[in-house]
Design a binder for this molecule. Structure first.
Ligand code: COA
Length: 178
């Protein structure tokens, strides 16, 4: 199957456009992916060279095509470069996000994730979405709090020994908050 962008539906918020990743996102992806602190916090491997960007893109589009995981690139309306990504795994529903360091602390991760969660619950009909982060990731912890996620359990990530937490957000919990 030839993967293409059409499997990732475009989404919009007040400040952001969420769209399928494309080749023009590779330089910004490489900058985020080679930020050591960010890669550790995200639990992502650090690429050796920007040439790995094409494989990153193809993997993302293939996973979307087989409905394993949707990955959106995040743009600020009218902005020149992608500021990050937000991903939604569909088989065992889970969300993850990475924002470029220059754009931290402006509410973008929360705004993008909230829209993806709305899409997951209202359009895809998911009933629960999980998420995991290393215990010392205070920024991510705060984003999860703002989104309404609840603590489930601690666990050790066997790939690197990091102590992590699993949190969950259910559609019912969101409806009860309204
Ligand atoms: C975690 C991350 C996605 C947050 O993105 P962001 O756009 O800065 O998030 P937001 O601005 O929506 O919210 C961040 C919140 O955390 C708070 N915060 C940020 N760093 C913090 C820290 N070190 N300690 C405590 N709070 C912190 C901010 O003040 C903000 O809370 P507030 O709105 O109450 O002021 C971003 O820092 C990132 O990409 N980090 C590296 C990759 C990563 O950790 N991904 C998540 C893996 S689970």
């Amino acid at each position: 199957m030839i993967a293409s962008h059409e499997h990732v539906p475009p989404l919009r918020t007040d400040r952001l456009v969420l769209r399928a990743p494309s080749e023009r996102d590779i330089p910004a992806w490489f900058e985020r992916a080679t930020d050591r602190e960010s890669a550790y916090l995200a639990g992502d491997p650090i690429p050796a060279s920007i040439s790995e960007g094409q494989a990153w893109l193809e993997r993302a589009l293939e996973k979307a095509a087989v409905k394993e995981r949707l990955l959106w690139s995040i743009d600020i309306h009218g902005g020149p470069v992608s500021i990050g990504t937000v991903g939604l795994s569909l088989k065992d529903p889970g969300i993850s996000f990475v924002i470029g360091r220059l754009f931290w602390g402006r509410g973008y991760a929360t705004e993008a994730a909230r829209e993806v969660l709305r899409f997951g619950f209202e359009v895809l009909g998911l009933s629960e979405v999980g998420s995991e982060f290393v215990v010392d990731n205070s920024g991510s912890r705060r984003v999860h709090e703002k989104l309404g996620f609840k603590y489930v359990e601690k666990f050790i990530d066997e790939s690197d020994g990091a102590e992590c937490e699993r949190h969950i957000l259910s559609k019912r919990a969101i409806e009860e908050q309204r």
